[in-house]
Write a protein that binds this ligand. Structure first.
Ligand code: NAD
Length: 507
């Protein structure tokens, strides 16, 4: 039997010159005042793919000032939902028109497979369209039952300048889970992509200009978490920070934001359990688990990185997952057959491997993988599909985010034990249950601590449905109308009608 399915170098021609990414501030493209840049090499091919301006204090100040001016004095917060929607729809069309160009850069910088990147860019265009619909349909409330002389109104107003800080694992998709919703609400923004994957956000900036978005409404400041993200988090002229990234950095942002009490919404890490009951369709479960753990090389907040399977079916299920894992094509992200690409950085590879070694040292078994991979003709960073069995709740691999193609297998006997294991991590992003009994599924859905629960499926997503975490997986929600609400403030207006107010001071 083939050990694993590897896709060698496709020999695809890589771009002759790196992409040059610059800041977008007040409608103008700029290098950093001090001329600093950072370089990004493709994690799959090792070649230089982008050179990005590396922002400092000066660029953050300029970006925030432009966004502030556009919010306080510009048309965007005051124009009609219809006008905002018109621009958002144009952006969606432009994203689709530029899909291949965006997807190629996304793949080169992140290491994800090209077909997956294409799917994500198409999904992002859909989010811009969905946000356009929200821009036209958002409304507040009226209260007509406060007495004959009163009318109460709840106005929904944009919160102001949003600082939008994004990670490297889904660069274009995640900025599209935030920015169109902020714009639909009437906010202006300063966007900071990850220093590892800046280029597709820069292309988005070009498309925003082409769509006719007024200068200063969206500013892009490139660079590292400190100083760019850190300054956005403390800046008195930024009204809100919308962050996706690690729980550790999320905590730092909350602490930094406390000085100005700005709103912070957080989409953080996860250690997402799937509980498999003995009556489950094991073939369906095995396929979904295989997808859930290897999708995006496991570098996914929603990674189905641990399963909690009933002892009676554990061996049968693991055998199926091992067999499927051998068939998943790992290798050159530029080959359309590839389903799992490269790991983002050498430091991250070491972290993934460290979790596997630590579990082994604590008595866990490795049913598959557990080492680096070297697809033919590629010099980049690849890790084998890895299945760690005999994991117990005290091992770090059971409760911490590995963020790699590594599945932890735990077992249970009673439903209560499975729930306790599922809720035993500090995270609460998503969870899944596999059973043919709807009562079992519903009971799990009600008792598990998670922002999203999948029953007999894994990692489906819809623009209409809110997404976010509980516990240390975050606060606030993206997508759906909840995603718009994050960028809105409620203002209460109490209107007295007629001269019926009883005087407080006796005449
Ligand atoms: P990260 O926290 O290291 O970085 C995220 C962003 O924050 C980057 O742009 C980085 O430059 C910036 N940053 C770093 N230090 C900062 C600081 N002190 N102040 C402000 N900004 C700072 O995360 P990452 O490694 O890019 O992404 C992986 C993490 O993101 C994982 O934990 C993953 O689970 C999480 N994630 C969550 C979701 C979700 O929706 N819940 C989605 C994707 C990724």
């Amino acid at each position: 039997m083939t050990e694993l399915t590897l896709i060698p170098s496709s020999g695809a021609t890589l771009p002759a010159a790196p992409f040059h990414a610059r800041h977008l501030i007040g409608g103008a493209w700029r290098d950093s005042a001090d001329g600093k840049v950072s370089e990004r090499h493709s994690p799959a091919h090792g070649v230089l793919v982008s050179v990005a301006a590396r922002g400092g204090q000066a660029e953050v100040e300029a970006g925030v000032a432009a966004a502030r001016e556009a919010f306080d004095a510009g048309d965007w917060p005051r124009c009609s939902g219809k006008d905002r929607a018109t621009i958002l729809l144009k952006v969606a069309d432009l994203i689709e028109r530029n899909l291949d160009r965006i997807a190629l850069l996304e793949t080169l910088e992140s290491g994800k497979p090209i077909t997956q990147a294409q799917g994500e860019i198409a999904g992002a265009a859909d989010l811009w369209r969905y946000a356009a619909a929200l821009a036209r349909t958002m409304h507040g409330d009226s209260h007509n039952s406060l007495g004959p002389d009163m009318l109460g109104l709840v106005l929904k107003e944009p919160i102001g300048v949003a600082g939008i800080i994004c990670p490297w694992n889904f660069p274009f998709l995640i900025v599209s889970q935030k920015l169109p919703f902020a714009l639909a609400a009437g906010c202006t923004a300063v966007v900071k992509p990850s220093e590892l994957t800046p280029s597709t956000t820069v292309i988005l900036g070009e498309l925003l200009q082409e769509a006719g978005l007024p200068a200063g409404v969206v500013n892009i400041v490139l660079g590292y978490g400190d100083p760019v993200g850190a300054t956005l988090s403390t800046h008195p002229c930024v009204d809100m920070v919308s962050f996706t990234g690690s729980t550790a950095v999320g905590k730092r942002i909350v602490a930094a934001a406390s000085g100005t009490l700005k709103k912070v919404s957080l989409e953080l890490g996860g250690k997402n359990p799937q509980v498999i009951f003995p009556d489950a369709d094991l073939d369906q479960a095995a396929d979904a688990i295989t997808f859930g753990v290897y999708f995006n090389a496991g570098e996914c907040c929603n990674s189905g990185s641990r399963i909690i399977v009933h002892q009676d079916v554990a061996q049968a299920l693991v055998d199926k997952i091992v067999a499927l894992s051998r068939k998943v094509p790992f290798g050159d992200p530029l080959d359309p057959r590839t389903q799992v690409g490269a790991i983002i950085s050498p430091e991250h590879m070491a972290k993934i491997h460290g979790y596997v070694k630590d579990a082994q040292a604590s008595g866990a078994g490795v049913a598959l993988g557990g080492a680096a991979l070297a697809p033919e003709g590629l010099s980049g960073l690849f890790y084998q599909p890895t299945i760690v069995t005999g994991v117990t709740s005290s091992m770090p691999i059971a409760t911490e985010e590995v963020f790699g193609p590594v599945l932890s297998v735990l077992t249970f006997r009673e439903a209560d034990e499975a729930i306790a294991l599922a809720n035993g991590a500090s995270y609460g992003l998503s969870a899944g249950v596999w059973s043919r009994d709807i009562s079992t599924c519903l009971d799990f859905a009600r008792r598990v601590h998670a922002g999203t629960v999948w029953t007999n499926t894994w990692m489906d997503g819809f623009a209409e449905l809110p997404f976010g975490g509980v516990k240390q997986s975050g606060q606030g929600r993206e997508l759906g109308r909840y995603g718009l609400e994050e960028f809105l403030e409620a203002k209460t207006v109490q209107m007295r009608i007629g001269a019926t107010r009883r005087p407080w001071v006796a005449a």
